[in-house]
Design a protein around this ligand. Structure first.
Ligand SMILES: Nc1ncnc2c1ncn2[C@@H]1O[C@H](COP(=O)(O)OP(=O)(O)OP(=O)(O)O)[C@@H](O)[C@H]1O
Ligand SMILES: [Mg+2]
Length: 338
């Protein structure tokens, strides 16, 4: 299967301006390691999920892919072309092919513009040569595609006249209208009422299938990811700790962090989404380790060897995990399979 996007060993460290510890170490710069060597492959035409708790680096990765910020090191390959440092026309051409749907449908749409003009804006940028009739036809078609019907009526409304779910559909229509190859959806349903989350995800999934659009779906919520995804990558403290085909990973989670996330949702169903989630792990509040396995402080299985850096390795059929539990000891015997 062809990969539309390849992320190779991307790092992004943000300087931390002033902390208590910097008072005791004047002159020593302190960094937040938002991404610490992330490598990912996203197959074309599929829905790939990135799951991880708050602060694990998900949005930073999305912003780097879309070239909103530059990585410190590493590279982004889109459709076979290295776009990591592209500028000018080449960057514009990439931006036409990769669109973002944001978490907050209330702030992502200009309140002073009608839906028609909101969706027309990207056409004006990327398809300047379209006639007026072509623009109108495209806008009405895309509104129909996201189930905002009658499209003519919705086109005339302002964002304040729409529900949260309708706004998010406008945001999806806006992303779709320029026919991108890749859509990055960063927590697109987390601010919506539970009852309409499934509808929005269904629309995104259908669009991916019907229009052969690759979707990179970012969430902190495993329950919704099973519903929409084909592949999944699990992120912890700026590192991918497990990845693979979604049913395989969720039915046989290898990394203790993925296991803890799954434990927290007894049954991944929509009516479970807002239940209080208790991640059953050791030292729930401890911060990620600075080196070695970042999950060390919270892992119920941590061993001496986990102070070394684990590598994300394939265990079976594209199912990768970065955990010493699956290493062989000096006798060639696997320590544990949890
Ligand atoms: N511009 C920035 N300057 C400094 N630190 C930043 C910046 N952007 C992100 N960070 C830090 O990097 C880490 C990762 O942030 P990021 O927004 O990528 O997390 P996330 O996984 O998207 O979290 P959430 O689920 O809450 O959206 C966080 O600790 C955050 O505070
Ligand atoms: Mg985020």
């Amino acid at each position: 299967m062809k990969n539309i996007l390849e992320i190779h060993d991307v790092r992004k460290y943000f300087p931390v301006k002033s902390t208590i510890s910097s008072l005791f170490n004047p002159g020593k710069r302190i960094y937040k390691k938002a991404l610490d060597g992330v490598s990912l492959h996203i197959p074309e035409g599929r829905v790939s999920v990135l799951v991880g708790e708050s602060g694990s680096g998900k949005t930073t990765l999305a912003r780097i892919i879309l070239r909103a910020i530059d990585p410190d090191t590493g590279s982004i390959i889109f459709n076979g072309s290295n776009i990591t440092r592209k500028t000018g026309k080449e960057l514009l051409s990439f931006r036409k092919q990769a669109q973002m749907i944001h978490q907050d449908p209330y702030s992502s749409l200009n309140p002073l513009m009608k839906v028609f003009d909101i969706i027309k804006e990207p056409i004006d940028i990327f398809y300047k040569y379209y006639s007026k009739e072509e623009r109108i036809k495209k806008i009405l078609t895309v509104l129909n595609d996201v189930n905002l019907k009658p499209a003519g009526e919705f086109a005339e409304k302002y964002p304040h006249m729409l529900s949260g779910g309708e706004r998010q559909r406008v945001a999806i229509a806006r992303a779709l209208v320029i026919e991108p190859k890749l859509i990055i959806a960063d927590e697109p349903v987390s601010m919506l009422d539970v009852s309409i989350r499934a509808q929005i995800l269904q629309i995104v999934r259908q669009l991916s299938i019907n229009r052969k659009i690759t979707v990179f779906y970012i969430t902190h919520d495993l329950a919704t990811s099973r519903y929409i995804g084909d592949e999944i990558s699990v992120m912890y403290a700026g590192k991918i700790v497990e990845s693979g085909q979604i049913d395989r990973v969720l039915s046989n989670p290898l990394h203790p962090y993925t296991q803890a996330l799954l434990d927290a949702i007894s049954e991944p169903r929509f009516d479970n989404i807002d239940k209080q989630k208790v991640i059953r792990i050791k030292n729930f509040d401890s911060a990620p380790a600075e080196s070695g396995c970042r999950f060390f402080n919270r892992c119920p299985y941590s061993m001496e060897i986990c102070k070394k850096e684990p590598i994300l390795e394939t265990k079976e059929q594209n199912h990768k995990v970065s955990c010493f539990l699956y290493d062989k000891n000096e006798n060639g015997v696997q320590l544990s399979n949890c």
